[in-house]
Design a protein around this ligand. Structure first.
Ligand SMILES: Cc1cc2nc3c(=O)[nH]c(=O)nc-3n(C[C@H](O)[C@H](O)[C@H](O)COP(=O)(O)O)c2cc1C
Length: 266
């Protein structure tokens, strides 16, 4: 990407704003949703116990398929994270929660999906992700910022095998993401390039995306990455993911599709 394209892309990122109809401006919840950003710079300030408890409660009360609550949260302070993983919480966050899909617990009393492992897995991922988002938004409402991570070096879902061993997880419990919480340090970064509504929202029938819009979006993604991390590149980050994906794929298969699952009876 040449310097002119870079500048053009950065300008377009900076011009991006949430589109809220003027009649709804000032709505508190909408404001929180629109202003939320993934934050990767945290202040050296502790989250009070009651505030963190409220964040977890928001996760506990999230909606889920048939109210199955197919999730597990592993919670950490900066100290317990350091003790468990031998490294600081990413981005110097104050608290961390590893959100897991959990199809293990319900089986104590109910086996809803005995021969449908993909459905069971999808249900668990969907529900746990909703719980994660509930925690994320509750945090935002309480002045706490967060970032969800699938790759933290040791605690994202790409590290599923390592986590299963380290945390002694039973089959059917699989890490999805780590949420890092803390008070933000400095102001929020600009909104990263979001696809326009016409590209993602259809009435009646699916439309192929506009290639020009998609290329423009990718240029902004790469320029934004370069601006945030001048010494790294978007492609280099993709290579980090690729280097771990094969192992993660194998580990996840073992953790998710276990026992007699997926086989027809008899
Ligand atoms: C499930 C999930 C996993 C993510 N994993 C990472 C990650 O490993 N590292 C990272 O820096 N950000 C990660 N993010 C944050 C995204 O990069 C971020 O949500 C995206 O760039 C959009 O920015 P925004 O959240 O500020 O709107 C993740 C987000 C989600 C929802």
């Amino acid at each position: 990407m040449g310097p002119l394209d870079f500048i053009r892309s950065i300008r377009r990122i900076l011009a991006g704003k949430p589109q809220v109809p003027p009649s709804l401006e000032g709505n508190q919840l909408l404001d929180i949703i629109m202003k939320r950003r993934s934050i990767r710079r945290f202040a050296d300030r502790q989250i009070p116990e009651d505030v963190f408890a409220a964040i977890l409660e928001a996760g506990r009360l999230a909606p889920s398929t048939v109210n199955l609550q197919t999730w597990t949260f592993f919670t950490y302070t900066a100290e317990t994270w350091q003790d468990t993983f031998g490294r600081p919480v990413p981005f110097k966050g104050d608290r961390a929660v590893i959100v897991m899909g959990d199809t293990h617990r319900d089986k104590m009393v109910l086996d809803v999906f005995p021969y449908s492992p993909l459905v069971e897995y999808t249900v668990a991922v969907t529900n746990a992700s909703l719980a994660a988002m509930n925690m994320n938004l509750a945090a935002e409402a309480l002045g706490i910022s967060s970032v969800m991570l699938s790759e933290t070096g040791q605690s994202g879902f790409l590290d599923a095998g390592y986590l299963k061993q380290t945390l002694d997880l039973p089959d059917g419990v699989f890490p999805l993401m780590t949420i890092i919480f803390g008070y933000p340090r400095g102001s929020y970064p600009p909104m990263p390039p979001k696809l326009p509504l016409e590209q993602i929202c259809f009435e009646g029938e699916y439309r192929e995306a506009n290639l020009g819009v998609m290329e423009d979006w990718l240029s902004q993604m790469m320029a934004g990455y370069k601006a945030a991390y001048p010494l790294l590149s978007f492609n280099a980050q993709l290579r980090v993911y690729h280097s771990k994906i094969d192992q993660a794929e194998a580990d996840l298969k073992d953790m998710v599709f276990y026992g007699d699952q997926g086989r027809e009876p008899g």
